[in-house]
Every structure is written in C-alpha cells, then in structure tokens.
Write a protein that binds this ligand. Structure first.
Ligand SMILES: [Zn+2]
Length: 802
C-alpha cells in the first residue's frame, strides 16, 4: 500500500471500479428495499462545467449515496436540456450546425461530470434534442390537442423588421434586435397554447401538500398563479355594448371617475377607425413592450375615446379612456379607475386632470388628502351614500354585491395565463401539426412520429424551416391532400417539464412511459436553483397532472422534496466570464483530485446558502484529505472489540451530531464533525487499537458520500467487507455516550446547605429522589413537610419546607 496520498490514482481506481461493475445502474427492485429517486436539474450543454454545476450535482450525489447507505434502492440519472437559443446563436457565429455543436458540448460535459465521480446511472442518459425523446413529447401534445388542452390563438411577438424574423425576449437588447440593431416591433401571429389555466386551482391548492418545499418557492408560485376573489360588474356604454369589468375592490365603486381600456380592446379599435390621432396612439402602443414589468415603470399614456359609460349605482356619466398600462390579456381588457385609492389610476388622473374622489378612510372621520396621494389600504367607507358610509371595506364589498344584483356576479380570477409554447426558432422540437386548406390544423398521425427536425448546416437570421420545402410539404393526415407543416418549434420548457419521468422509462420505444415510472415516481429529492422557482417547476407540476389525468402516472406531484442550492460567489459576486472571476473545476480536479473539490463545495456553506469561493478553503480541504489518508494508513486490520473509554464516548457524541446533521442535509457540519473525530483520534494512544479501528471505520462511512474516491479505496485496502457505499450507516452506541456530571447547589428555604454531584439532565423525579436520599442533608427537612421544589436545571435545587 502506498503511504502518500495520490489523488489521480485514487480517483482512477474508484471510478474504474464503479464503471466496470456498473455500480450505479439500478433496476426496479420488488424486494423490501424502499426506492429513493434523487434528481438534480438537468444542465444546458454549454460545453463548460462551472462551479455552480459542481455544487448542484455534488449535493445530489451526497444525498444519493447517503440514502443508499440507508439501505434504499437509489436512482440518480443525468441528461441534457439540449434544445434552445444559445446553440442556434453559437451555430450562426461558428457556421456549424446546432446539432454538431450541441453533441460536442454534451461529450465534453459528460467527461467533466464523470471526473467528479458522481454516482449516476449513465445508462439512462437523455438528450432532449434526440428524436427518441421528443417523439413522445409530440405524441403527448397530440393527446392534449385531442382533449382540448391545447389551442391556437393570435399572440404578440417581437419582430425584427430588418432581419424579418421573430426574436426571443433575450434577443431584444434595449428595444433593438441583437443582430440587426433595428428597433423591435410588436407583431401578432398565431401561436399554440397549453391550457394551464384549467389547472390553476389545483396548482395552487397542491402547494399546501408540499411540506418538503421551501416556503419561498411556494410563495413565488402562489403569487404567479395570483388567485383573487372579486366582482365582475356590468357598465352600460352609450351607443355601444356594455363593458364587463373585474375588480377586487368593489368597496371603492363610488370612487370610480373614469374607465380605461387596453389599446388592443375592440372598443378602442372601433373608435380609432374614424379618429386618426387615436389610430396613431394605438400604433405607438403596439410597438412598445407589453411586458408586465416594463409597463409598471413606463410612463402612463392615454387618450380619451370620447364615449361614456354609465355608473351602475350613481348613473353618472364616466369618460372611457384608452391607457397603455391596461393589458388585453388580463381580465377583459377594461378596468374601472379609482384614482383616490389606486396609485396607478392616481398617476393617470393627475396627468390628464381627471377627478379624484375619496370613498375610503383609514379611520372613521379621519380624512386623508387623496388629491395628493392615493389611499390604497382597506378602511371605512365614506362619500358613498347612506347605504355604505361607515361600513368596513370588507362589509361594503359584500353589500355592494347584493346591491348590484344582476349587474354584477362573483368571480374568481387568476393572474396565471395560458402557456404559449410556439417559438419561431429552428433548434427545437417540431410542433406536430399540419395545416390543410380543407381540414384546418390537424395533428400528425401517431404512426408518423417523430416529426424529425431536419439537419441544417448554415443557419441565417430566420427560421430555416420556413423555406425548407422538403420539411414543409406534407400530406394532410386527415384527407391526404397536399398540406403544410407547422414550422414553429416548442419552447424548451416543454422538454424540461417531463424529463424526470422519462428517465424511469428511458429505453421504452412503444410508449412515453411505462410501469417503471410508477415504481420510481414521484422524485423524492429534487435539487436546483431558485431561478427555476416559478416557470420550470410550475410547468413540470402542470405536466405531471396532465400525465396523471391521461393515466401515465399515478401521483399528483412530481417532486416531493425540493432543495434550492445557493450560488457560488467569488469576492461577493456571482462567478461570470465578464467579471473574470470564473474558477474552472477541471483545473482544480487536475491539481487536487475530485474529493478535494467535492469536500470544499460541501464544507464551505450549508446547501441552501451562498458559498463564497476561497483558495485558502480549497487548500484546507486538500490538507484535511492528506491528513485523513495518512491517519487511516495505520488503521488496524484484525477484528477488535472496542472497550468503554472517555474518548469512545466522545467519538459517539460526535457521531450523534453528524447523524442529526446528515439527516437534515447540513453537510458542512457533517464535514466539520468528521474533522473533529480525526482530531480526537489523533490524540488517542496507538495502543488503543480497537478504538482506532472503530473510529477509522466511522470516518470512512460518514465521509463516503462527500469524498467517495478516497473512502472507496481505503475501505478495500483496509479489508472491510464489500463496498463502503453499500455499508450500513454507522449507529450511535448509546452505552458509550459520556454522561456529563454537574454539581448542584442544594438550598433549603433559600439557604445553601450543601452541594451534590449528579448526572446532567436528570428527570425531575430522579433529581428529587437523589436529593432526598442524600444522608448529609436530610436533617434540614426532617420532621417538616416539603411545600415546594424550586429547580434550576443542572444548577440549583431549593426546597421550601415549613
Ligand atoms: Zn385535409
């Protein structure tokens, strides 16, 4: 056995063993082993592994290996979120095909991941750009189409008028196209939508059944779904159809001074036909961003339509304005404006000199100058007539609903919109639809799937599918006449919404999933960044419910527990190429070996918190590993039985803490606990061979998830049976635990009468008995009755007698 630690040799020995014995390939086990499905979010194959990846995957790997040592059948797969814009942009830049670029990157990143020694079942690897994967996505879309869960409607996209192409949001830089520099316009084109709103209520209520998710993520999802209860109120319009307006603040109805409609509202468009200035204004709005976040900060602009609505209670005439901040996609595209009690309405009213009324006060009788600033909180109603004045906002809402009778009805509203999945890009899953002049939009026949994405070598500005006749021309799946294929591809969030399920049935060619999915799902532990708190995690939950309703899975939620790991920072900022503070994991592994990189990643911070990169910290991790190696070289090989001792008690105290921390995934303190054990054992005389053996074995076991290479090699070299990763997790020997002793002051009626040294943390009963049994103290209460015990734990006992 070599005596100095050689990281390369150790990494290679362990990794070669795992590869040769397919140690991490798992089967569905019908025996009494519990399953554990541990999954880290799949990476985008950029070609370069960064420290954020390392941290994410090592956390997943530590959990997987720990669960395996708990006797579970553990699945930990890996794959590639391989479609998407960066590949397309890179291909344009390098004049290569996106497929070539992507598969080369996958090969590089796979090799980088393998050097980390992750316990992955590589036999299940998925690349989402592979047609054996996306054919089932196309099949699934067709099932949704048949059930009316997808539909096509016009929607606004970013249009580059120079390149004549649709741009993704990230290709719009300061309002201009990233390649052409042209001012980006809005354009309406037909796009496909998943009806996620049909599941809004279940997506919301399901969050209550996920105690293993961070509260922050659940709050973000609740806000995104944005459920509110309100009234839909009919406003009559002079000379036009009435407007239906949704509000959650019916208590402010008497404070409405104008209505506002979206620039896309039919009423605005109708008036604009005979109103050139209004037509220009609508055109201006069309060209500017409709992103909700932009609208919140953009200047509020509007025009008076010159028509009037009738207030449903006061019968007063209310002017109708068009306003750039009202979105057609939200509610009915029309809002009632209450400038006294809404900041946005207030800003608009001030700008265009519209009246502002006060109808809610913080306290009865206490006025607030709403001409200066809107009062937006709930309070007490005023200036709303004798029926409402003096009521609380809550009571006024209810009374308003009764009062309006048929002119209003209760409505539940969700902020969540249907999910638009059409992308006018090449590098994605083709949407399996054919357009026929006679039959309309028809799904491709299932036996013709996959609709393969054709290889294109030289990408230009636009989507090459649009001009690729061999792709576009297709017979109508219904009538057989010549028809045209859809040239849009799916949003890549579609691929990442169900990959976790496909890992279970990775090689199934006859169906999307099979019974193996029922064995493995739901995912027991999911790990990824907080930046996916809303879209990815919401879409995956939605797909899971769809799959359940199609009979493909049995559970209702995809991920039982979620861990959102913190970022890796350097000098307090996120590592990035532009800041020049990127640390290359490959170079670190070259220098120190995989175990040091893994140990530092786990030791420097708890998983959910940011990790500050430190070269000194990495050096420290390397030193610990060398010290551990050297110590374990001398671990006795013969079988020995440990004897009780103070040091053995301390060893098990430390193990108890490690086990608690491991169980709550606080790996940083697990590592520091192991460091303490090593320090403890280093002080123990060499003659206590049994303790060294027991301690060495405990160290190998508890560190095995974090530094699997060193522990694998030494476990075998020291002659322990089997593999360390299949060893049972070490248990605390309760009998070995040192019971600390404490000296208590014993008082009688507040006077110190003596001291007593006892075991710490005795129960109240045991403590009283021990005091009463103490012969030297008994004279102080003999012949008297004990009225009261005052006990300060581990410090003082005062007996009140009389
Ligand atoms: Zn047809």
């Amino acid at each position: 056995m070599s005596t100095s630690f050689e990281a390369d040799r150790v990494d290679q020995l362990a990794q070669a063993y795992w590869a040769e014995h397919r140690t991490f390939e798992v089967k569905e086990d019908a025996s009494n082993k519990a399953k554990f499905y541990c999954l880290s979010m799949l990476p985008y194959p950029s070609g370069k592994l960064h420290m954020g990846h390392v941290r994410n995957y090592v956390i997943g790997d530590v959990i997987s290996r720990y669960q395996r040592m708990q006797g579970k059948n553990v699945l930990q797969p890996m794959g590639w979120d391989a479609f998407g814009l960066p590949a397309e942009n890179a291909a344009i830049k390098h004049q290569a095909s996106p497929a070539t670029w992507t598969y080369e990157n996958i090969a590089q990143m796979r090799a980088q991941l393998k050097r980390l020694g992750l316990g992955l079942d590589w036999s299940r690897e998925i690349a989402t750009c592979d047609d054996s994967y996306y054919r089932w996505e196309q099949w699934f879309f067709i099932q949704c189409m048949k059930k009316g869960l997808v539909y096509r409607k016009n929607s606004v996209v970013n249009w580059d008028p120079v390149d004549q192409t649709v741009l993704a949001n990230e290709q719009v830089v300061d309002g201009r196209g990233w390649r052409s520099g042209a001012l980006v316009e809005k354009k309406e084109i037909p796009q496909w939508f998943f009806k996620i709103t049909a599941y809004a209520e279940e997506l919301l209520s399901g969050l209550d059944g996920l105690p293993g998710w961070p509260e922050q993520v659940k709050t973000m999802q609740r806000n995104w779904i944005g459920k509110s209860e309100g009234l839909e109120i009919q406003f009559e319009v002079e000379g036009h159809d009435p407007l239906s307006i949704y509000t959650t603040r019916a208590d402010t109805l008497m404070g409405v001074t104008y209505l506002a409609v979206s620039p896309d509202h039919p009423l605005a468009k109708h008036v604009a036909k005979k109103h050139a200035a209004l037509a220009d204004f609508l055109e201006h709005c069309r060209k500017t961003s409709t992103m909700e976040s932009d609208l919140a900060t953009a200047e509020k602009l509007g025009m008076d339509l010159g028509i009037f609505a009738i207030h449903p209670l006061s019968q007063k005439k209310l002017p109708i304005w068009v306003a750039n901040f009202v979105l057609m996609e939200y509610g009915s595209g029309a809002v009632m404006s209450v400038p006294g009690h809404d900041e946005r309405d207030h800003e608009f009213a001030k700008k265009y000199d519209l009246p502002i009324l006060e109808v809610v006060r913080a306290k009865e009788g206490e006025a607030h100058d709403v001409q200066v600033q809107a009062y937006t909180a709930y309070g007490w109603i005023c200036h709303s007539g004798p029926e409402f004045d003096g009521l609380s906002s809550e009571a006024a809402k209810l009374k308003m609903a009764d009062f309006l009778k048929s002119r209003a009805h209760k409505k539940t509203h969700y902020r969540l919109r249907d999910w638009g999945v059409s992308r006018q890009r090449y590098w994605g899953t083709p949407i399996p639809v054919v357009y026929c002049d006679d039959c309309g939009a028809v799904p491709e026949r299932e036996e013709n799937l996959p609709v393969k994405l054709p290889q294109v070598e030289n990408l230009g500005a636009g989507n090459p599918l649009k001009t690729l006749q061999s792709f576009i021309d297709a017979p109508c799946p219904t009538c057989g006449k010549p028809a045209k294929r859809e040239t849009d591809t799916f949003d890549t969030f579609v691929e990442s919404s169900w990959y976790y399920a496909r890992y279970c049935s990775f090689d199934q060619t006859q169906s999307m999933l099979d019974e193996r999915a029922d064995y493995w799902l739901s995912v027991d532990q999911y790990i990824g960044g907080i930046e996916h708190a809303v879209m990815h995690l919401l879409y995956a939950r939605f797909f899971h419910k769809l799959m359940r309703d199609f009979g493909l899975v049995q559970s209702s939620e995809p991920f039982i527990n979620l861990l959102t790991q913190g970022m890796v920072l350097k000098d307090g900022t996120k590592m990035s190429k532009s800041k020049g503070n990127v640390v290359d994991p490959g170079a670190l592994i070259d220098r120190f070996g995989a175990d040091t990189v893994r140990l530092f990643s786990m030791f420097a911070a708890p998983p959910e918190q940011s990790l500050e990169w430190s070269d000194a910290g990495v050096e420290g991790a390397a030193r610990f590993i060398r010290k551990l190696w050297t110590y374990l070289q001398n671990c006795p090989r013969e079988k020995l039985d440990p004897l009780p001792s103070k040091a053995r008690g301390e060893l098990h105290q430390l193990l108890m803490k490690i086990n608690q921390d491991m169980n709550r995934y606080q790996f940083n303190t697990v590592v520091s606990g192991a460091m303490k054990i090593l320090n403890l054992l280093s002080e123990v005389p060499e003659t206590e061979r049994a303790l060294h053996q027991e301690g060495g074995k405990i160290l190998l076991c508890v560190l095995s998830p974090v530094i699997p290479h060193l522990t694998h090699v030494l476990w075998q070299e020291l002659g322990f049976p089997g593999l360390v990763l299949d060893a049972s997790w070490p248990c605390v020997d309760e009998r070995a635990l040192v019971l600390e002793e404490v000296t208590l002051a014993i008082q009688v009626n507040g006077k110190l009468r003596g001291t007593l040294t006892l075991k710490a943390n005795l129960s109240e009963e045991a403590l009283k008995q021990a005091v009463l049994n103490e012969a030297t103290l008994q004279k102080h209460w003999e012949g008297k009755s004990i009225r009261k015990w005052v006990i300060v734990q581990n410090r003082l006992v005062n007996i009140v007698v009389g």
